[in-house]
Design a protein around this ligand. Structure first.
Ligand code: SF4
Length: 306
């Protein structure tokens, strides 16, 4: 036992598994879906070509290439069925920007997702600049009737990196959308990427420090991996070593509030498309190394949060 208050084992951070067990009454598996959304950074509204690290499927690479939500959902469940007893399933609009469509379309898609067999809530991945007041009102409505989580890609708080990655969104714009959700009490998770070109370890620590003080309900962190066919694959820059990633991720955990759920500390790009770093494919090793590093430091999530 680590002594960290939100842990039943050796974990020194607030894992999603612990959260599910103690707050949701058991395992809930997110089933990634492609709701046919696009992204303002792809359709020309803000940019074209998308973020330098984004694959052609808008982060939906793990989703079965099937036309309907129902088929994708069934295929997603089949993949994990039998892995956990009594698991419940949560439709997760993962591909592209799940709030980027007219309100009527959003409502239609969210209702379809909630009508999927045994759907236990809803997760929507999107960009913060795709959340205006009307969209936030709609999300509030869904949060009142179901277990809703909205996941926002931030990746870094540094505008120069966001610009270099063709993100077409500033940190300030992110904050506006984020605040609209938080003000309405909507469960909001935020994604960070470590190892973006041009970022120092200090920059990554700062991203966690700044984000921590915004009290996200959950955070997902992963190492930048270079996927085939992305703009990133054409760029020349040093990749993070596993040792650097482990150390900086522990630094970040120390700077996040204890009460923020850590949804993930490894990436989930399809192994056959990951050009590097190679070590990101061995997720278990990375997670073990993070546990060992926190133990070596006698540290835990939130130790340096002030
Ligand atoms: S905002 Fe998301 S979906 Fe759009 S290009 Fe960037 S990573 Fe891809």
């Amino acid at each position: 036992m680590s002594g960290f208050p939100y842990s039943d084992d050796n974990k020194r951070y607030y894992t999603y598994a612990y959260f599910l067990k103690h707050r949701k009454g058991g395992r809930v598996v997110r089933v990634p879906l492609d709701g046919g959304f696009t992204c303002p950074n792809r359709d020309g509204k803000l940019g074209i070509g998308g973020c330098a690290f984004c694959s052609g499927r808008g982060s939906g690479d793990q989703i079965a290439a099937l036309p309907s939500l129902e088929e994708q959902y069934r295929a997603g469940i089949e993949k994990v069925q039998g892995k956990w007893k009594d698991a419940r399933y949560q439709p997760y609009f993962q591909a592209f920007s799940g709030t980027y469509a007219p309100i009527e379309t959003l409502r239609e898609q969210y209702d379809r997702a909630l009508a999927l067999p045994d759907a236990a809530g809803l997760v929507i991945g999107t960009r913060a600049d795709c959340i205006d007041e009307r969209t936030a009102d709609l999300l509030e409505e869904y949060a009142e009737k179901t277990d809703l989580t909205v996941e926002l890609g931030l990746q870094t708080v540094h505008d120069r990196t966001l610009q270099a990655m063709n993100r077409c969104e500033t940190f300030d714009q992110f904050c506006k959308g984020y605040e609209r959700l938080k003000k309405r009490g909507i469960c909001t998770w935020v994604h960070l990427i470590n190892g973006l070109p041009g970022e120092s370890l200090d920059d990554m620590r700062e991203s966690a420090h700044v984000l921590g003080h915004m009290y996200p309900d959950g955070v997902k962190i992963h190492a930048l991996h270079v996927l085939k066919g992305t703009r990133l694959a054409q760029m020349d820059f040093p990749l993070l070593t596993r040792e650097e990633y482990v150390a900086v991720t522990c630094d970040q955990l120390e700077r996040l509030p204890m009460t923020t759920v850590i949804g993930r500390l490894t990436g989930d790009g399809p192994a056959q498309d990951v050009l590097g770093p190679e070590w990101t494919k061995r997720k278990r090793d990375v997670l073990n190394a993070i546990d060992q590093e926190l133990a070596r430091r006698d540290s835990w999530q939130g130790k340096k949060f002030d």
